[in-house]
Design a protein around this ligand. Structure first.
Ligand SMILES: Cc1ncc(C[n+]2csc(CCOP(=O)(O)OP(=O)(O)O)c2C)c(N)n1
Ligand code: SF4
Ligand SMILES: [Mg+2]
Length: 280
């Protein structure tokens, strides 16, 4: 019997505030796992710290609630330890772009076959509303009563600059579309990045703002055209949703490791054979 979303729901119910965008990301993930009919024992979900970091607790799969800003090194370690697992990294905008910002380019360089979902609520939610690297300058809050002095970062632009091999953006307000992007990200062989706009209704409710700005990427756009993707993220009037960029020609990390170690056969060495089999 194929798996249903019920198979991925943990006995612990989500503890987010009512209306939090993270519920939609979680539901999109349940639906994506069911669409792919993955066995929960073959899935590992790794998170950082933040409201978003609680997500693995609510999924019936392997889970690792790690340290703030270290979601990618932890997820990469899990994948390298067991390349057969489907590894999904989840974390916030603060986690992935402030304290953890240095890890993003290195996951991209490795083109390691994991999916990174950034739940971007444009705020530090768990610590109660400080400005994050994606908070708009107009935001007035406790840590920025007169607005934010720094300009904000754009995660899609960073991913394009780092040459991430799959880059998409979805929105909590569009569950089915977000589900499809997560499915495509997991199916992609290599490092996939899904930027999920996921408003924090308590400290920075951006639903109205996004509601007016989000626009689907037109079906005729070619996701292998990086110059066009760069144009789209810079559009001042629209926040595009969909697949910005996809490069299916690059070898994922585990295949590269397999090829490198395969050049030095040591057929009498049990450890070597085990490594080769794991990365095959
Ligand atoms: C090493 C470390 N530094 C700082 C913190 C405090 N801290 C916890 S969550 C957080 C920010 C959360 O924001 P984000 O990553 O955007 O996640 P969200 O809560 O918005 O989902 C911070 C600064 C921590 N737990 N560990
Ligand atoms: S504080 Fe914001 S991000 Fe955290 S659970 Fe509540 S609504 Fe969601
Ligand atoms: Mg956040």
């Amino acid at each position: 019997m194929p798996h249903t979303t019920a198979d991925y729901k943990a006995s612990v119910k989500p503890t987010w505030c009512p209306g939090c965008g993270d519920f939609a990301v979680l539901n999109a993930l349940y639906q994506a796992l069911a669409t792919l009919d993955l066995n929960p024992k073959d899935v590992a979900i790794v998170s950082g710290i933040g409201c978003s970091g609680r997500l693995p607790i609510f999924v019936n799969s392997y889970g690792f609630h790690g340290v703030h800003g270290r979601v990618l090194p932890t997820a990469m370690g899990v994948k390298i330890g067991n390349p057969k697992l489907t590894v999904i990294a989840v974390g916030g905008d603060g986690d992935g772009l402030a304290i953890g910002g240095g890890h993003f380019p290195h996951a991209a360089r490795r083109n390691i076959d994991i999916t990174y979902i950034m739940l971007d609520n444009n705020i530090y939610g768990l610590t109660k509303g400080q400005a994050s690297p994606t908070t708009l300058q107009t935001f007035q809050g406790k840590s920025s009563p007169y607005g934010v002095a720094e300009e904000n970062l754009n995660p899609v632009a960073l991913a394009l600059a780092y040459d991430v091999s799959f880059i998409a953006r979805g929105y909590s307000g569009q569950l089915k579309h977000l589900t499809d992007l997560i499915v495509d990200g997991i199916n992609h062989k290599g490092f996939s990045f899904v930027h999920a706009l996921s408003p924090c209704v308590v400290f920075n409710d951006t639903y109205k703002y996004y509601g007016k700005k989000v626009t689907p990427i037109a079906p005729y756009e070619n996701p292998s055209n990086k110059m066009r993707a760069l144009e789209m993220w810079q559009d001042k009037n629209n926040i595009f949703l969909g697949t910005f960029y996809k490069d299916e020609t690059r070898q994922p990390f585990n295949e590269r490791i397999r090829d490198i170690i395969g050049q030095f056969p040591r057929d009498d060495d049990k450890y070597f054979i085990d490594m080769l089999n794991r990365y095959a």
